[in-house]
Structures are given as C-alpha cells and as structure tokens.
Ligand binder design. Structure first.
Ligand code: SAM
Length: 289
C-alpha cells in the first residue's frame, strides 16, 4: 500500500502518473478527481456501507475506488484503459475487497458479472463517468433488468439538468422521460470543473438514480417509440408530431388514443408527463417502426 493511502492530492497523482509515464486520453473521457471532499460526497451520496456491493465504472487511477473500498463490502471496478492496470495494482494494493476487471462496460455481460462477483446482487453502481458514453452506459444499466439498487454518477451538469427536468421546463425531453420511467433521480452535489485533472470544459453534477422496484407492465418498446416520436418535433403539437413521424397509423386513430389518455391533441410533448405517455402508449395500436 502507498505511504499515504489517500490519492487525491494533485501532487500525489502527478507522482504516480510520472512514475508510469501515463498521459491522459481525451477520447476515453479521462478527467480524474483531485478533490477529496467530492470523492467522499460521492461515496456518502451513494450510501455505501459495509454491506454494499459496488460496481465502479472507470476507476482511472483508483481515487474514488479507494474511498469505496474503505466503506464497502466489495468493489469491482471495470476499466477500459490497459495502461491504468499496473497503476491500479499499486494504488489499490492492500485492499483485498477490490477487484479490477479490464473491459468495456458497454460490452461486458453485466448480469453474469453481478452473478459471479456479487452473488447476484443487489449492487450499487458508482462512477465518475467518461462523458462521451454517459447516455449509452446509463441506458444499459437501466434497461437490462439488472439487480441494481441505485446509480450514483458524475455527469455533465446539463445532462443532470435534463434527467431532473419536470414537464413544462425547457430541459424536459426524452432523456427525462427515460430516466424517470426507470428511477427516481436526485442531485447529490453540483461540481465545478476545478476538481478534475485535466479540467473539463463543462461543469458537472453527481446524480443519484434510485431504481424503481415495480415498473409498469407495458410494452416498453412501444412506449419509447411514442416518446421518441413526440420529442422528435417538440415545437409541434403532439397530434402533428405523432401523425407525421411515419407510423402506419392514421390521424383519427391517434386523435382517439390521445382523447382516451386525457391528453389534448394540441398539447406539446414538453408538457406531457411520464404517466400520460405510458397511458398513450397503451391506447395506441402497435406501432410499426
Ligand atoms: N474514477 C476516476 C476518477 O474519478 O478519478 C476516473 C474517472 S474518468 C472521468 C473515466 C474513466 O473511465 C477513465 O479511467 C477511462 O479510462 C474509463 N473508461 C472510459 N471508457 C470506458 C468504458 N467504455 N468502459 C470502462 N471504462 C471506461
């Protein structure tokens, strides 16, 4: 174990990076945390305790991983950059409850990983996410029906704003509907760009998504088709957006479905709640595309 276990002083991070000749890769979204306060707030926000099984995405050089290891029962960290593996060997040496797995989080079979490494779960996901793949990662974690309790993740502030947005606000869109369908989101902490090395151009926020236990028993593919079509032309009325999207359904059928769902034909997608989209998707006939 390193002399001073806590990795988040910039000086210490530079020392490790210099020793291994590591240079940051912009294309892998490498912006490492250099602020102990934020590291602690992420672990606290995720409510990590000695009972917790934690999956970390992108451990980098192990700054957050170490904090998680100190607080959790077990941590598995998936890292795509092979150059970081020897560094993680050193920085996490001495923590016998941590395992680093090399791989792409988007390609790994997470059901199998949770079964093998965490006895089937439930698990908590914690990450300072690589921003170039934020949405696909969150999509995968929410959609695959995995035994996950919560995601506590650092994202770009504007992405967090879109996830938190309520109907009627300018940020409300398909990402808000998607996230709120699967989870209850809350902001843990807003984060300035000064807590990262190198500094990203954007501000960030840590958001916690508590996954819902019981999802509505509906055809989800149909539901997300409706949402996608509705927001594809957010300035248009819902009836126009849906009837010009290319579904094989005539305008009168759409008008009836809207009426049966209690949605005005002249309403705009940005004012329609998740519950009303759910109702609408069940009132419409099966959509072809
Ligand atoms: N957790 C570290 C920290 O907070 O200092 C590093 C966070 S950095 C924003 C994102 C990390 O994700 C990097 O280590 C990067 O190499 C890794 N990464 C990028 N794409 C990945 C992928 N598809 N699967 C797994 N890890 C990935």
């Amino acid at each position: 174990m390193m002399e001073n276990r806590r990795l988040y002083s910039p000086k210490q991070i530079k020392e490790v990076l210099d020793k291994y000749g590591f240079t940051f890769s912009k294309s892998l979204g490498q912006n490492f945390l250099i602020d102990g306060n934020i590291v602690r707030k992420i672990a606290q926000g995720a409510n990590i305790t000695k009972d917790s099984y934690v999956l970390e995405i992108g451990p980098g050089m192990g700054t957050l991983t170490e904090e998680l290891a100190i607080n959790a029962k077990k941590v598995v960290a998936v890292e795509l950059d092979r150059k970081l593996l020897p560094i993680l060997d050193e920085t996490l040496e001495g923590y016998d409850n941590v395992e680093v797995v090399y791989g792409d989080i988007l390609k790994i079979d997470l059901k199998q990983l949770i079964d093998e490494k965490f006895d089937g779960g439930p698990i908590k996901v914690v990450a300072n996410l690589p921003y170039y793949v934020t949405t696909p990662i969150i999509g995968k974690l929410l959609e695959e029906g995995l035994n996950i309790e919560s995601l506590t993740v650092m994202v770009q502030k504007e992405v967090a704003d879109r996830m938190m947005a309520k109907p009627g606000s300018k940020n409300y869109g398909s990402l808000s509907v998607f996230v709120n369908f699967y989870s209850n989101p809350q902001i843990v902490v807003k984060v300035p760009n000064t807590v990262f090395m190198p500094k990203p151009k954007v501000d960030s926020a840590v958001i916690k998504l508590e996954l819902k236990d019981n999802l509505p028993d509906i055809d989800r593919a149909q539901f997300f088709k409706v949402v996608k079509a509705a927001f594809s032309k957010r300035r248009k009325t819902i009836i126009n957006a849906l009837s010009t999207f290319g579904f094989d359904v005539d305008k009168d059928t759409i008008r009836n479905a809207l009426e049966n769902s209690g949605i005005k034909a002249e309403e705009r997608a940005e004012n329609i709640s998740v519950e009303d989209f759910i109702k609408l998707s069940t009132e419409l006939p099966p959509l072809n595309i």
